[in-house]
Design a protein around this ligand. Structure first.
Ligand code: TXA
Ligand code: MG
Length: 335
């Protein structure tokens, strides 16, 4: 399969295949080969990629033209597959037992070491997981045999698609394959509940009603409070920030700093860096996106005084990369 760029191929018609045995087999092969597949779930159509393949996940953001990296929901076929990726405590276990497969996503602590690309979680220590009940989605996840990261299959700022034709009109040739399983049953996104520590927090209303969830938990769901305990570091902070301060657009490196490079040329004084990683030596923004959070984590572990970041161009995926770098450079508590 050739890897495509949404900008070059936006005019190309998307390949739409029916969700029969042959279509599902082709979609599974496409996912395993690093391609993008739009597929139905009972809520809305998802734009799927192999969640363990960073370059494939980077293509999701490229196709959606998202100006920032948001963590993605990882779709798996069963609870057994979910517990290999995340930690399920009492309330997460109870909610999965009651509502999976179904339109509920659970945010739980990420199990380490993780096979998932750090771009999926946008560097966070938590992970959103969902077992969809739509039969095409189930069959695809079974056949693919990899966890599938999938946001709604719409470009940034557009409505979530509930039919294959919506995806074809909006994303067109940016997707390798659209699996047509007919209109979705629920028609709105999954409910998202974060189960971290002993809290159960409603992050997004959706296909499962609050009352049904509270009945299973035997208590009220908590609300997200922007400066409350759920946004404290290590809990539900919605943006990853390293411990070391970041210095952006660095053209010179000082002693004690770590260097996050981009492209073939290192900034002046690069030999003074206590640790060096390069987002992409060849200047490939897709590779840079795939490496971004992982490299920040690794440089931070060297406990530098500062992480100096070489300039990254702003076009294409560079916009989202620069947005995340700016957020990571901002003082804690800001986004
Ligand atoms: O119904 C759905 O949920 C659809 C289908 C395709 O599964 N997916 C969907 O994904 O709506 P998306 O990317 O459009 O919305 C996912 C939401 C985002 O708002 C994201 O910030 C949040 O889930 N999210 C994902 N991981 C998270 C995490 N670790 N902590 C907090 N929020 C998270
Ligand atoms: Mg969406």
């Amino acid at each position: 399969m050739t890897s495509r760029n949404s900008q070059d191929t936006a005019e190309e018609a998307a390949r739409v295949v029916p969700a029969d045995e042959a279509g599902i087999a082709e979609a599974a092969r496409t996912l395993r080969a690093g391609g993008l597949v739009a597929f139905p779930t009972e809520t809305v159509y998802g734009l799927g990629a192999d969640a363990t393949n960073g370059a494939a996940v980077a293509r999701i953001y490229e196709a959606k033209r998202r100006p920032s990296f948001n963590p993605l929901i990882v779709h798996i076929a069963s609870f057994q597959a979910a517990v290999r990726l995340g930690h399920f405590d009492g309330s997460a276990k109870r909610l999965a037992g009651a509502f999976w497969p179904g339109p509920l996503s659970l945010v739980v602590p990420l199990r380490a070491p993780s096979p998932l690309s750090s771009l999926v979680t946008a560097g966070l220590g938590t992970l959103a997981l969902r077992v969809p009940r739509n039969r095409t989605a189930q069959a695809l996840l079974d056949a693919a045999g990899v966890p599938v990261a999938a946001p709604s299959a719409n470009s940034s700022g557009r409505l979530s698609p509930t039919r294959a034709a919506h995806v074809a009109e909006d994303l067109g040739g940016a997707v390798d394959l659209i699996l047509d399983g007919g209109p979705t049953e629920v028609g709105l996104e999954s409910t998202i509940v974060a189960c971290v520590g002993d809290q159960a927090v409603l992050l997004r209303a959706g296909g499962v009603a609050r009352g049904e969830i509270e009945a299973v938990l035997g208590k009220a769901l908590e609300e997200v409070v922007s400066d409350g305990p759920v946004s404290a570091p290590g809990q539900l902070a919605s943006h990853y920030a390293p411990g070391a301060p970041l210095r952006l657009d660095a053209t010179e490196i000082h002693a004690g700093e770590a260097l996050l490079g981009f492209g073939p040329q290192d900034p002046q004084g690069a030999e003074r860096a206590v640790a060096t990683l390069n987002l992409s030596r060849t200047g490939d923004l897709r590779e840079a996106a795939a490496n971004l959070f992982d490299h920040l984590h690794r440089l931070d572990a060297a406990r530098p005084s500062v992480i100096a970041v070489a300039p990254v161009p702003g076009e294409g995926l560079g916009e989202a990369i620069n947005d995340r770098l700016k957020r990571a450079a901002a003082p804690r508590g800001q986004d």
